[in-house]
Design a protein around this ligand. Sequence first.
Ligand SMILES: Nc1ncnc2c1ncn2[C@@H]1O[C@H](COP(=O)(O)OP(=O)(O)OP(=O)(O)O)[C@@H](O)[C@H]1O
Ligand SMILES: [Mg+2]
Length: 138
Amino acid sequence: MSSVAIPGIVRCRGVAKSFGSGEAAVPALRGVDLDVVAGELMLLVGPSGCGKTTLLSIIGAMLDRDAGECTVMARDPGQMNPGERAQFRGESLGFIFQGFNLLPTLSAEENVAVPLLIGGTPRRRAGARPRTQVDPVR
Ligand SMILES: Nc1ncnc2c1ncn2[C@@H]1O[C@H](COP(=O)(O)OP(=O)(O)OP(=O)(O)O)[C@@H](O)[C@H]1O
Ligand SMILES: [Mg+2]
């Protein structure tokens, strides 16, 4: 049987993260391995407090890991400076937060348009984009 190499979008090896220090340290992740390939839909499930948000925050270039390796689209967010991270998040990642983090005075469409405007999309296109149906697996 022949095998086809499918590009890995996310690759984590031995990712560890604790919050706090000393005796008060809370280990959130202890050596997590994860592979996500292009076009794959993956659900991350587990009991409350098992580290789902922590892992997604590391993959999403919002949180530094303590140990292990993690690449997202062949890039390591842990090696980026804050400006590079912000650009990477803005251009390459989509993230719906657990607490939503929406601006309550704006409509749903306006909430979608805000990061586009910050990223330099012209106002007319930023306003139209939320109405565009986009294939989530490109
Ligand atoms: N900023 C933080 N400071 C201290 N401890 C934290 C912090 N964030 C998460 N933790 C702890 O790390 C562990 C993992 O938390 P995390 O939020 O990743 O879990 P989760 O699987 O997303 O839970 P839930 O299903 O409730 O959203 C928990 O013990 C949590 O209390
Ligand atoms: Mg969570």
